[in-house]
Design a protein around this ligand. Structure first.
Ligand code: TYM
Length: 334
């Protein structure tokens, strides 16, 4: 079993990232059997699709490294690194550009969402982005990829690229990865709009809970979260057509390790005036230790850089045989 996943080091780690992906990373790391390995990385090469200055980019990578360690990623047990330090990602991406089809990329909903109406003005990087993601996964022969639901389509493309490469060159080089998507928290929604996912690119900071938010900010964001005037139903089925309520109940259920049905049973007939403070307390209790660890770690740039350097050396060694075999399969002398 080889687990691999990545996150873009832009903006703060938010509750959607945490419940959708990072908690699963930590769980998989902690439950890993002997002989299995976990690779987690900062997708800084993907972040070139976002306009940012040099200093900001450097700071973002350290922020996200500290955040992941604060959430429980242990750099001694998992390989934690940033993509830019492992050039094999960019190299394999280019080789796979010969395999991926334009028609496949044209179907990617994330490109459509991010490019918006101005497709002609979008960067080539944004378009090719899923091929780099395929390279990230295939380079390590990953078997399991813990992600939120929004990455499912990219993982399907990764499988298509692997199958086509193996078939075209008559090799059994690339392993087909399986996405690991949590059931209840596959898509945490914005606190301001139950039909949009919680995202670091949302211009309103009130739409998300950042793992660096202080206790008062968390409480305020929950208090101001959009809801409806109806009381809570006794079963989760009664939340149909109430996306904001469903989202908050789902978050509560995940944080308490229960189900939306049992949360509804607990708050049945009560309004959000009773539910929101309980949710805010829960979030503060669970997120404040992470925030405190983050602040302590973020003060030491040298220690964070050392973690990434060590991780990159391990990642490069793990990637090398697959990269070499891909060049060889294509008849490219290296
Ligand atoms: P990114 O940086 O947008 O998000 C990191 C992880 O968080 C999940 N996520 C969510 N889950 C539930 N609800 C939400 N509102 C929410 N928002 C984000 C994402 O699904 C993701 O798992 N392209 C990827 C990074 C990447 C990658 C990879 C992932 C690059 N190469 C290889 C896996 C394998 C991205 O931009 O994730």
């Amino acid at each position: 079993m080889r687990v691999l996943s990545g996150i873009q080091p832009t903006g703060n780690l938010h509750l959607g990232n945490y419940l959708g992906a990072i908690r699963n990373w930590v769980r998989m790391q902690d439950e890993m059997a002997a002989g299995s390995e976990c690779f987690f990385f900062l997708a800084d090469m993907h972040s070139i699709t976002i306009q940012e200055g040099r200093e900001q980019r450097l700071s973002n990578v350290r922020d996200m490294t500290a955040a992941l360690v604060a959430c429980g990623i242990d750099p001694d047990r998992s390989v934690l690194f940033n993509q830019a330090r492992v050039p094999a990602h960019a190299e394999l991406c280019w080789l796979l550009c010969g395999t991926a089809r334009i028609g496949w990329l044209n179907r990617m909903t994330q490109f459509k969402d991010k490019a918006g109406k101005n497709r002609e003005g979008a960067s080539v990087g944004l378009y090719v982005y899923p091929v780099l993601q395929a390279a990230d996964v295939l380079l390590y022969q990953a078997t399991h990829v813990p992600v939120g639901e929004d990455q499912k389509q990219h993982l399907e493309l990764t499988r298509d690229v692997a199958i086509k490469f193996n078939t075209d060159f008559g090799v059994e080089l690339f392993t087909l990865p399986d996405p690991i998507i949590p059931k209840q928290t596959a898509r945490i929604m914005s606190l301001r709009d139950g039909s949009a996912k919680m995202s670091k690119s949302d211009p309103s900071d009130m739409s998300r809970i950042n793992l660096t938010d202080d206790n008062d900010t968390i409480a305020q964001k929950v208090r101001k979260a959009k809801t409806d005037p109806e009381p809570l139903p006794s079963e989760a089925a009664g939340l149909e057509g109430r996306p904001e309520a469903l989202n908050l109940i789902g978050i509560y259920a995940t944080l308490t390790g229960s189900t939306p049905d049992s949360v509804c049973a607990q708050f049945a007939g009560q309004g959000f005036g009773a539910f929101k403070p309980a949710l805010a307390d829960l979030l503060v209790t669970q997120l404040s230790p992470i925030r405190e660890r983050f602040i302590a770690l973020r003060g030491d740039n040298a220690a964070l850089d050392a973690i990434l350097e060590k991780g990159a050396a391990k990642a490069s060694a793990a990637a090398e045989p697959t990269l070499r075999a891909a060049y060889d399969a294509m008849g490219l002398m290296r």
